[in-house]
Design a protein. Sequence first.
Length: 256
Amino acid sequence: MNARQLFDLTGRVAIITGGSIGLGRQMAEGLAEMGANVALCARKKERCQEAADQLAGLGVKTLALGCDVKDPAAIQEVVALTLQNFGRIDILINNAGVSWGAPVEEMTLEQWNKVMDTNLTGTFLFSQAVGKAMIGQGHGKIINIASVAGLGGASSDLQAIGYHASKGGVIAFTKDLACKWAAHNIQVNAIAPGWFPTHMSNWILEHRKETLLEKIPLHRFGSDHDLKGAAIFLASDASAYVTGHVLVVDGGQTAW
């Protein structure tokens, strides 16, 4: 294969959870631009439909589905409908996620569980369901969206311990699953984004902009295309010998 062929995703089928807006939407667009057919799922199906209609303009096939990643039955339905419509699943991006800001001593069990059930258990459930299809195919790419928050602690002005813990769990899950499913030719990797403007982070970026930028060598937040290359690389044949890896995309934040 030449380099262009290594990154070509023409005809591949990808499921992107939380794919209607934000980072999920950005990565879905990147995969579609490289020729992948995409199934977008999120709790708000109407948002997925809007995104799917836009991506269809790139000349690929799209599917919009409603799904709460905390619901095993809903996940099974997404997998079944994707297989029914496309006949295969080559790529899974586990992107759906939530956070909850509260001091450790005040966080309720309900708040903690909501974050864990979405970010970590949802990643497990979707990987398990899609993995069964990938094992049958004899190949697959799973990309889990972690975070630099999962690489260590944070200062006391960032009170979201559930988010940090869940993303640390996603990283450990990624490494272990990569070892377990290497025999099936399934590569499992993670992307750990730094600060990107999203509906979940906008308030913090707006109110603590300069403080955060001081900790980023490139002195800017992630853009609306900075995750595309990482997602395409890990979804394509270019990363056939890469598994169990965490690709950090943070402007150098963790390089200090």
